[in-house]
Design a binder for this molecule. Structure first.
Ligand SMILES: *Cc1c(COP(=O)(O)O)cnc(C)c1O
Length: 401
């Protein structure tokens, strides 16, 4: 593939960094919910949970109103509370850490590798007698080294929570992320996986999330916590055969998904494989050209994984490039291409610096990466022409045309 010469032409319109793919099926299903009279948690949420569980192969799927809420109740159901330490990577969205803080526990931020995923050896060296859980993030849609992480968890008898906000449809050693099949890798690890259906994630319900686990009793606890800690959900209560009676068995949250959200989710799930194929095709188009450029590095691809490319994160070789990350992003913006950065390391945010005493230099890989990383547009609503345009702009910017 040749880089086609752009001769400084700007796109007429701005290509946004990300955009959802919503079709007529989703629209019709949402309208059907609105007309049906049942708009909150009901039959469509049940259907979405059942189909999602079948897709991944898990016994338990619990729909929630965000991945953040799902992570919060996963930790709560595992009994995480004041003074407990929870290990997680610093290169993640703030909510992965915020939920730990909200339970009174201490977020122990650790470094990541060149693939942007948490470093297993940093997990192990951060474990203390106070450590009560490990959260990993499948960054960009490419799985962490789960065999190694589960080994560490099993050795120290710790549960693993997988923030799979980027990773719906992804796999590790031919087992779906969030699937009960992953139990085969290492025996006896308590595992919870949480997905996000935020507007620009690989599939969307506007806002929403799903929790999966092979552990039935943990699933029951999480389901209760998702709706006020009530022993029965409202939908069941208001069925003809149901009853008005319920019991509150925990001080729970209000994190249930609505049927309006599930209406979208049911159709997004059916389209997911197609969305992923398109993302992978566009990633391959980028890779083919970018592998030959000195000024940037395409994302690292690891064996035994199906990378679903929620993000296409490049690293800038700053010496080669002769400009910094912010200038690079500004050049793209001037040529009408939106980009982003994933993520500002959590330990750089004022709250985490001030409350926990994090300083520059403590997590050197993530800090070095932060200066170098840029996420390029990559989503199914882009055309192939759009991908070529981004490639043209790359040529233009790195050659200072
Ligand atoms: C988007 C995201 C979340 C939060 O998902 P919501 O559904 O918006 O709560 C959590 N972790 C990571 C890594 C994310 O990218």
């Amino acid at each position: 593939m040749n880089i086609r010469v752009m001769r400084g032409n700007k796109r007429e319109t701005f290509l946004p960094f990300a955009k959802p793919s919503i079709g007529e099926d989703e629209i019709a299903e949402v309208v059907d919910s609105l007309r049906s009279g049942w708009i909150t948690t009901g039959p469509k949420v049940k259907k979405f949970e059942t189909e999602f569980a079948q897709y991944l192969n898990t016994d338990n799927a619990i729909a929630v109103n965000s991945c953040t809420g799902g992570l919060h109740i996963a930790l709560a159901a595992l009994g995480i509370g004041p003074g407990d330490e929870v290990i997680l990577p610093t290169l993640t969205f703030c909510s992965t850490a915020n939920v730990v803080v909200l339970l009174g526990a201490i977020p122990v931020l650790v470094d990541v590798g060149n693939d942007f995923n948490i470093l297993p050896e940093s997990i192990e060296s951060s474990i203390t007698s106070q450590t009560k859980a490990i959260i990993v993030v499948h960054y960009g849609g490419q799985s962490c080294d789960l065999s190694e992480i589960y080994e560490i968890a099993a050795k120290h008898d710790l549960p693993v929570i997988e923030d799979a906000a980027h990773a719906v449809g992804s796999s590790y050693k031919d087992r779906n992320i969030g699937s009960d099949d992953l139990d085969e890798l290492v025996n006896g690890v308590k595992r919870v996986t949480v997905f996000s259906f935020y507007a620009i994630k690989n599939m969307t319900t506007g806002e929403g999330g799903m929790i999966t686990t092979s552990n039935g009793s943990l699933a029951n606890r999480m389901r209760r916590l998702s709706l006020h800690g009530m022993s029965r959900d409202a939908w069941k209560r208001y069925q003809k055969a149901g009853s008005w009676y319920y019991e509150v068995v925990a001080a729970g949250f209000k994190y249930n998904m609505t049927d309006i959200q599930a209406a979208m989710g049911i159709h997004q799930l059916r389209k997911l494989e197609g969305f992923i194929q398109r993302r992978q095709m566009y990633a391959a188009m980028y890779d083919e050209v970018f592998t030959n450029l000195e000024a940037i590095e395409p994302p690292v691809r690891l064996p035994d994984r199906n990378h679903v490319f929620h993000l296409y994160e490049i690293k800038l070789n700053l010496d080669q490039l002769g400009m910094d990350r912010d200038m690079f992003i500004e050049e793209f913006r001037k040529l009408n291409i939106g980009t982003s950065v994933h993520f500002i390391p959590v330990h750089f945010h004022p709250f985490y610096r001030d409350k926990y005493g994090y300083k520059s230099g403590m997590l050197p890989n993530a800090e070095r990466l932060f200066d170098q990383i840029v996420s390029l547009p990559l989503y199914p609503a882009m055309s192939e022409e759009d991908v070529y345009t981004v490639i043209d702009v790359m040529d233009h910017v790195i050659n200072h045309k």
